[in-house]
Design a protein around this ligand. Structure first.
Ligand SMILES: CC(=O)SCCNC(=O)CCNC(=O)[C@H](O)C(C)(C)COP(=O)(O)OP(=O)(O)OC[C@H]1O[C@@H](n2cnc3c(N)ncnc32)[C@H](O)[C@@H]1OP(=O)(O)O
Ligand SMILES: O=C([O-])CC(=O)C(=O)O
Length: 376
């Protein structure tokens, strides 16, 4: 199990900030459970949509419930015309996470959650529409085409890859997307989820909560690490070069993205799973560079610093082998984590008190305002 570190100090580390029935991190099983189910068990037996149902509705679906849920999600993929126009107006050099944030916020104007009784529908709509949002913007701005977002693909992962590459994805890629979306779906009180809960605690709407969460996920210390890890490993021309560069970065006390974790102390259980798929994808594309480079990075970080790969590190090579542009890596995290965020919003609303901690004041002692004419 990925045991937890001594949790004290800055960053609210180790402080219980609320209750959740959604997941445990570093507590039991392989180290990550969703509603009591171990992540390894879920990856082995479930589709992402089943796990989304579990997270959002509280139980694993029956076969009929899953079919109905997948068909509902399929019917929610379409983009309103006003949203398409907004996406067309976002420049090609914008960061795709900013596109996701704007897309979510714009949808909140068009399909405002007027009452909390709409919350499950608002969550399902976001889950279904995020792949359409990012692919519509990307293909319009990079390839000059207006894609048809109403594909017939049976899963969210295949829908995304189909719109991105303009062809039905191969089975291996659909499987890896499925695994990846499951792995990223939920992770207790991480920074983006906590953002969503703080927003929810003011009784704000679902789109505001998710928009804020996207902003938090964007940073390289959180979801943005998969993209940053890719940028780093792409610069290494082989394992020995990677080792030399990594040692230099450590010497200069630089942060190496895709390593370490706020809660786990020895391993992130998601790493072993995505690393296995990255290796399979490397074989599939005949890679003899990026995967060995990634493995050497992992060895060096553990040997030198006892730092291990988190969920993001091997996601970088896995996504790359599937032909996904690096800048779209973190938006995939959004496509998955929206399930966890929305479930946390609903959980917060069900037992709410506004989240309002206190601060330790370290500023000036009380003093009088000097008239402006006397200030130097
Ligand atoms: C899906 C996710 O969001 S997983 C997280 C993705 N983020 C990253 O991969 C970014 C790189 N990693 C990090 O910045 C950190 O490990 C975090 C943000 C994930 C966790 O931060 P913290 O809980 O503050 O880390 P922690 O307390 O373990 O740090 C201990 C020491 O290790 C160092 N350290 C931690 N991670 C790294 C890293 N990736 N590279 C270099 N040094 C590191 C810290 O700087 C600190 O050094 P110090 O004692 O000299 O100040
Ligand atoms: O829990 C965290 O701090 C970050 C993380 O791994 C996640 O959100 O998946």
């Amino acid at each position: 199990m990925g045991s937890t570190k001594p949790l004290t100090g800055a960053g609210l580390r180790g402080q219980v900030a609320g209750k959740t029935a959604l997941s445990t991190v570093g507590v039991s099983g392989s180290g990550l459970t969703y509603r009591g189910y171990d992540i390894k068990d879920l990856v082995e037996h479930c589709e992402f949509e089943e796990v989304a149902y579990l997270i959002l509705k509280g139980k694993l679906p029956t076969r009929d419930e899953l079919l109905a849920y997948k068909s509902k999600l399929k019917s929610l993929r379409r983009l309103p015309g006003e949203l398409k126009s907004a996406l067309e107006n976002i420049p090609a050099n914008a960061h795709p996470m900013d596109v996701m944030r704007t897309g979510c916020s714009m949808l909140g104007n068009l399909e405002t959650e007027l009452d909390f009784s709409d919350q499950e529908d608002a969550a399902d709509r976001l889950l279904a529409i995020f792949p359409s949002i990012i692919c519509y913007w990307y293909r319009y701005n990079h390839d000059g085409v207006r894609i048809d977002e109403n594909t017939d693909d049976g899963s969210i992962g295949a829908h995304f890859l189909h719109m991105l590459h303009d062809e039905t994805p191969k089975a291996l890629h659909e499987t890896v997307m499925n695994v990846s979306l499951i792995l990223y779906a939920e992770h207790e009180f991480n920074a983006s989820t906590f953002t969503a809960r703080v927003c929810a605690s003011t009784l704000s709407d679902m789109h505001s909560c998710i928009t804020g969460a996207i902003g938090s996920l964007r940073g390289p210390l959180h979801g943005g690490a998969n993209e940053a890890a890719m940028d780093m490993i792409a610069k290494f021309n082989g394992p020995d070069h990677a080792e030399r560069e990594m040692l230099g970065m450590l010497e200069r006390k630089e942060k190496i993205m895709g390593f370490g974790h706020a809660i786990y102390s020895e391993s992130d259980p998601r790493n072993e799973i995505i690393k296995g798929w990255s290796e399979k994808l490397a074989d599939d594309v005949g890679d003899s560079a990026l995967y060995p480079v990634s493995v050497r990075c992992e060895e060096v970080m553990w040997r030198e610093k006892r730092l291990f790969c988190n969920a993001d590190f091997f996601h970088a090579s896995a996504y790359h082998f599937m032909g996904i542009p690096t800048k779209l890596f973190t938006p995939i995290f959004v496509m998955s984590r929206v399930t966890g965020w929305a479930a946390h919003v609903m959980e917060q609303r069900a037992d709410n008190r506004i989240i309002r901690p206190s601060a330790e004041y370290v500023g000036e002692a009380p003093r009088r305002v000097q008239p402006i004419s006397e200030r130097s």
